[in-house]
Design a protein around this ligand. Sequence first.
Ligand code: ADP
Ligand code: MG
Ligand code: ZN
Length: 490
Amino acid sequence: MSFAIPEGWQAVIGLEVHVQLNTATKIFCACPTTFGAAANTQVCPVCLGLPGALPVLNREVVDKAILLGLACGSAISERSVFARKNYFYPDLPKGYQITQADAPICVGGHIDVPAGDDGGAAVRLDLVRMHLEEDAGKSVHADAGRSLVDLNRAGVPLVEIVSEPGLTSPEQAAACLAELRALVRTLGVSDGNLEQGSLRCDANISVRRLGDEHLGTRCEIKNLNSFRSVRDAAAHEIVRQITCLQAGEAIIQQTRLWDTEAGRTRAMRSKEDAHDYRYFPDPDLPELHVEPARVARLRASLPELPAARRARLHDVWGIPAHLAASLSAEPERAAAWEAALGPSPTPERAVSFAHFLVGRVAGALNRSDRDSAEVLAAMPLIAEVHDRWRDGRLSNKMLADLLSAAFDTSAPLAISLRDAMDAAGTVVDDDDGLRRALDDALAAHPAQAQALRSGETKLIGFFVGQVMQALAGKADARRLTELLRAHVDS
Ligand code: ADP
Ligand code: MG
Ligand code: ZN
């Protein structure tokens, strides 16, 4: 979907993103956080909210939140406070959520959003804060109007990131979420899995006429769980608001929901129904104190961040910016790619292997039922396939067949790739074999052969195709083209 903001208008977007941290246990109890377990099997008196149960803060949660804050250039608070946010909902067993209100763990910072494929410029989105909180359970809406509650998720640690209203397009909003995903995965603080709800984005959107100094009234679109829904929901909401204003209506501050099926947002509640959460410090939890030494230790452990990796790949290896961005979006893949290239690859081979990975291999992966972890495990073999193809020992056709054969079976990818490589054989690249097939093709198409000899070089492609077909796709296309050129020139 390509989207242009109507002439004379500006959109303003601020994001609130919930990041589920990937600690083994919950934020205030020792229950496991494994996704997809049978309902209500990962619960205890603390996360069930039974009377008298006391929360104890998970130290690793704090470390991971600090890492995320440091990576975004936030100030880490030496003192932060857990508060109770009171509201009633069936998936909230205590009747309040433990969160941080006035004194969050991280303040300020920014996310550098890289330039998008749409040609949009890079932008720095300033952050207001990041705070720690516990996730709620899940209401499962069953048949016959019944709702069930699964409390496995209650108490899973979250960092909520609140940005300033600093983005101006739906593409930027989606790119920002993608950057955040790359960041949390690089840091190892979250799996960043959008489908499973590890990253959940609320987009606050307003519009104003170009030149207006005041921000317009905003609407908040809740729980966007894919890059695409962020982009589409924002685009739709911007148009809705502009249309309203052009018709002389006012925007009512609302919370809205994105309906993926219908492709529109609809009102959920307006500001008047806003809760009074009656925040107050949780008396069961002491203030959180973070020593400067702890921050220093965590800062020293920061890995190379996606922006730095992109810059390095671009500056040192000449990887084009958009390719460096696609690679860095999957940090484990980028690291495995780098390892498989070996210590001092030529820039040409590095660029070629990067294209190969985010193009052909990612395509084959998407068409298969396999997990991306298998690609990581098979990376050295994938590099071998790439190198064979790159130096002409595999034709395009052989490569395509090899990849679909390897991805199509149920054997581990590292094994099926090896088998497919053995089965593929090598291209016909000996001049005798190629010449023989070429002579046959020329003889079979005398009119085209004549035209070719009189200089119609666009027929080279035709004859490459004919020979390819005759040799079952196993001709070395590069050598064949050379032979054809020599034939024209002779
Ligand atoms: P609340 O406390 O009601 O959640 P905040 O002031 O904390 O409101 O803002 C929540 C989010 O809304 C932030 O991400 C902020 O950037 C964004 N936001 C605030 N005002 C606007 C606006 N006029 N247009 C777009 N986004 C906005
Ligand atoms: Mg808010
Ligand atoms: Zn528990």
